[in-house]
Design a protein around this ligand. Structure first.
Ligand code: BG6
Length: 492
């Protein structure tokens, strides 16, 4: 059997930074199917040799000291390049002929759309017209991997789903969300459903609230053209944060398989309570870092949010009344993604708490997605030789301590392999995408109405606008990043 991977947008940033390095890493681990051909396709005029040179530089940059010349030589032989235009049916026909004829004919083909969204429809139309997704001959599989942004609202996501489903069936479509390929994100399922001790507590009876933070230190960088018309809500929440929410909130699937998993995730999204427009400023916060409007390519009067914080409720038996606080922003003090499950306090507190340590601090599970991937379970302990003084301590598991520094692969490695093998468990289904947009559109509608929260400016390097603290403060809670914890009592 032979396999072809066609990357549309092959001279772009994603191919160089993520896709080719991930394929190289898989080749190195001998995980690519034998007889794989990788064909880069984009408008730039490169020869195979020139493309290999460019990708060599990219892989060297990504792998650093770990680069292996011998492995590269074998990998480079697989790498080819075809120059073409996404809007040209002739160029697709030529590519189809190359993929389907002679001794180079491929049995299984994966097409990766790493292209700007305004080309999606043209590329899909041309793939369809050239019969490149047709599996009726039964000789092999044809799959499409599609990158975000998957629409910019529910209507455009529906149109894109319709365009996809017009040329391929759902089981041929792999909508990528790279957060789902992160080891620690997959570990949420393992933690919840591979252990017996967490699940009995994983509900409204024991959990006070959940916090999901995805913080970045970078600003808009060179992506203003896209970002200024998207904003944090579309760029980070509709996909990454909402996916994290579904994994924390979902019921146990009957098995770890695409349909079962995605059914459970969709049910969570269906249960997310819509925010009434008049409550927009009670449940949502939006911010923009100071200096954003002066960034190259950003409109001088831009009202795009670079930070958002939300309070969401999942209206079902398990979660009714438990707030989920989600926040994400650019130019924050740390690059960190984490989920905090804050358990309820004991029914009564019979011990004196250390000054400044409130009862809320008793039990908490911190799931660190990145960096310093791990799990930290907090509980109260007795300070030795100090009467009955209490102190919170953490029981820690760190991936790097247990599995070594290089154990965690890039998300794209796993996701590309899964698509090659036909496992869609870690990809979003059309209904999930649309349900997620329903939530986001609802919030955006609130932001356009008379009860919209103000667009608050925040200092680069701070934890975001003051409104975000108020979002939790109103109910006596606060954001639980490490620096917000009171210092442990000094030994006496
Ligand atoms: C992307 C967003 O999907 O995720 C970027 O478009 C963001 O704006 C990135 O920087 C964050 O990904 P990670 O894996 O670095 O947390």
């Amino acid at each position: 059997m032979s396999t072809a991977i066609v990357i549309f947008g092959a001279s772009g940033d994603l191919a160089a930074r993520k896709l080719i390095p991930a394929l190289y890493a898989n080749f190195r681990k001998q995980r690519l199917p034998e007889q794989t051909r990788i064909i880069g396709f984009s408008t730039s005029a490169f020869s195979d040799e020139q493309y290999r040179e460019n990708m060599l530089r990219a892989v060297r940059t990504q792998t650093g000291d770990d680069f292996d010349e011998g492995v590269w030589a074998g990998f480079a032989d697989m790498l080819h390049y075809r120059s073409g235009n996404l809007e040209s049916p002739d160029d697709f026909a030529a590519l189809a002929a190359e993929l389907g004829t002679g001794d180079r004919a491929a049995d299984d083909i994966v097409y990766y759309l790493a292209i700007a969204p305004h080309f999606f429809t043209a590329a899909l139309g041309n793939l369809g017209a050239a019969g490149m997704l047709d599996q009726s001959a039964g000789t092999g599989t044809r799959r499409i991997i599609i990158e975000k942004p998957f629409g910019r609202d529910l209507a455009s996501a529906r149109a894109l789903n319709a365009a996809l489903l017009g040329v391929a069936s759902e089981d041929q479509i792999y909508r990528i969300d790279h957060y789902l390929g992160k080891e620690t994100v997959q570990n949420i399922l393992m933690l919840r459903f591979g252990n017996a001790i967490f699940e009995p507590l994983w509900n409204r009876n024991y959990i006070d609230h959940v916090q999901i933070t995805v913080a970045e230190t970078v600003g808009v960088e060179h992506r203003a053209r896209y970002y200024d018309s998207a904003g944090a809500l579309r760029d980070m929440f509709q996909n990454h944060l909402v996916q994290l929410l579904t994994l924390v909130a979902m019921e146990a699937p009957s098995k770890v398989e695409a349909t079962a998993l995605r059914n459970e995730k969709a049910k969570v999204l269906e249960a997310v309570q819509m925010t009434a427009p008049e409550h927009a400023s009670l449940n949502t916060v939006r911010g923009q870092y100071r200096g954003y409007r002066a960034e190259p390519g950003v409109a001088p009067d831009s009202s795009t949010e670079t930070y958002a914080a939300l309070r969401l409720f999942v209206d079902n038996w398990r979660w009714q009344g438990v707030p989920f606080f989600l926040r994400s922003g650019k130019m924050l003090p740390d690059k960190t993604s984490e989920i905090i499950i804050q358990f309820r306090r004991p029914p009564t507190q019979i011990f004196d708490t250390q000054a400044g340590v409130t009862e809320l601090f008793t039990n908490r599970l911190r799931i660190t997605i990145q960096p310093d991937e791990g799990l930290h379970l907090r509980f109260i302990t007795k300070v030795p030789d100090r009467g009955m003084t209490t102190q919170p301590v953490d029981m820690d598991f760190r991936y790097r301590d247990t599995f070594g520094g290089k154990a965690i692969p890039e998300a794209y490695e796993r996701l590309l392999l899964d698509a090659l093998r036909g496992d869609a468990s870690l990809f979003a289904r059309s209904d999930e995408i649309e349900l997620a947009w329903r939530v986001i559109d609802d919030i955006r509608a609130g932001w356009e109405g008379e009860h919209a929260p103000p667009l608050e400016e925040y200092e680069p390097g701070s934890w975001g606008p003051a409104g975000a603290e108020r979002l939790l403060g109103r109910s006596g809670r606060w954001w639980l990043h490490e620096s917000a914890d009171p210092a442990p009592a000094p030994p006496q």
